[in-house]
Design a protein around this ligand. Structure first.
Ligand SMILES: [Fe+2]
Length: 353
């Protein structure tokens, strides 16, 4: 700890000398002043830890002087020397001016040293506290800055991983489209129709994002279907149709290890379920079929009807609309069909195709 500094202010030289000798024994650096004016100059110039001031001095009295000291150096411990006659004033100075203690003249050396020591200990403690507070504050600021950099880094990395993941998934869709040229653009369009339906239903944005991804991937299981069957331009045999019907469960098997999102997986597995229970792979009925799968089922059928297939021509928009309406409540959720075929979304002038 740095050596403590003390300033003694008194107009009597013998008091300055005897106090100076006494305080020398404490190992402090002691400064002297004969009046308040000189005392304040020293306070301004030096880092004074404790000041002892006489009460009665010419010019500026002890109360006024210590009051000025408080303004210039609030942390400095202030003691006042006073005669018995002035004790009431000294008490007032303690109560109103926050003077640390007063010492009566003539003083007892031991009592004076104890008081000065306590004052210096208090000063050192306050200064240490202040130093520690500043240290904590600066460490907190550094920690805050470090945290913010870390958060930014994590967020950048997360975005990078998400983008990378999405691109990898999209390349699976491309792989399917290369294998089955009739599905080219189909997944993207189904995703657009499904997103449109979700927005019209005012579904939450996070759900819509999942539906977007799920509909993009809904037919991914066709990667496991024989090309000769996918490209067949005549009717399918019963066995071939049974083979085609395995694509939802194949898709689920492909993606379950890498996608833990149930909305996406539900779309892949259940987009061929029918409301009346005659769909596949599980024959689910009505509202047991997850909403996301009911939405994609309509979007999927809508695009399929408007697209050419190896075994049939594309339907015109009006005929496609009629087909969807005809299957409402049997195969499809009528509310979803209504949204996609309503006048507001005019299928004869589809914005998606
Ligand atoms: Fe499908």
């Amino acid at each position: 700890m740095k050596q403590n500094t003390i300033l003694i202010v008194d107009d009597e030289e013998n008091i300055l000398n005897s106090l100076g000798r006494l305080l020398d024994d404490l190992g402090c650096t002691v400064f002297f002043a004969y009046d308040g004016k000189k005392g304040l100059e020293i306070i301004k110039d030096k880092d004074i830890h404790l000041v002892i001031s006489d009460y009665r001095m010419p010019g500026m009295d002890g109360i006024k002087f210590l009051d000025e000291v408080k303004k210039i150096s609030p942390g400095t411990i202030r003691l006042m020397l006073t005669g018995y006659a002035d004790i009431d004033l000294a008490i007032k100075a303690i109560n109103e001016g926050e003077v640390y203690r007063f010492i009566t003249k003539p003083w007892n050396n031991i009592e004076l040293l104890v008081t000065v020591n306590q004052g210096l200990e208090y000063f050192n403690m306050q200064r240490e506290l202040c130093r520690l507070n500043k240290l904590i504050q600066s460490q907190n600021e550094a920690l805050k800055e470090w945290n913010s950099k870390l958060e930014q880094k994590v967020s950048e990395q997360t975005k990078y991983i998400q983008d990378f993941f999405l691109e990898s998934i999209k390349s699976l869709v491309v792989a399917l489209e290369v294998k089955d040229k009739y599905t080219e653009g189909h997944s993207r369009r189904v995703s657009e129709y499904a997103t449109y339906i979700c927005r019209k239903m005012s579904l939450p944005e996070a759900f819509i994002e999942d539906v977007k991804l799920g509909s993009l991937l809904h037919d991914i299981g066709k990667i496991g279907i024989k090309e000769s069957i996918l490209g067949k331009n005549t009717g399918l045999t019963k066995e071939e149709y049974e083979h085609i019907k395995t694509h939802p469960s194949i898709g689920e098997r492909i993606l379950t290890p890498i996608i833990k999102n149930s909305t996406v997986i539900n779309i892949i597995r259940y987009h061929h379920e029918h409301l009346d229970g005659n769909g596949y792979p599980d024959g689910l009925k009505g509202a047991v079929i997850p909403l996301e799968a009911r939405i994609v089922a309509v979007a999927d059928a809508h695009d399929a009807l408007l697209s050419e297939r190896p075994y049939r021509k594309a339907r015109d928009p009006l005929s496609a609309k009629k087909e969807l309406v005809k299957c409402a409540d049997i195969q499809f959720d009528s509310k979803v069909v209504e949204i996609l075929t309503s006048n507001e979304h005019n299928v004869t002038d589809s914005p998606f195709r």
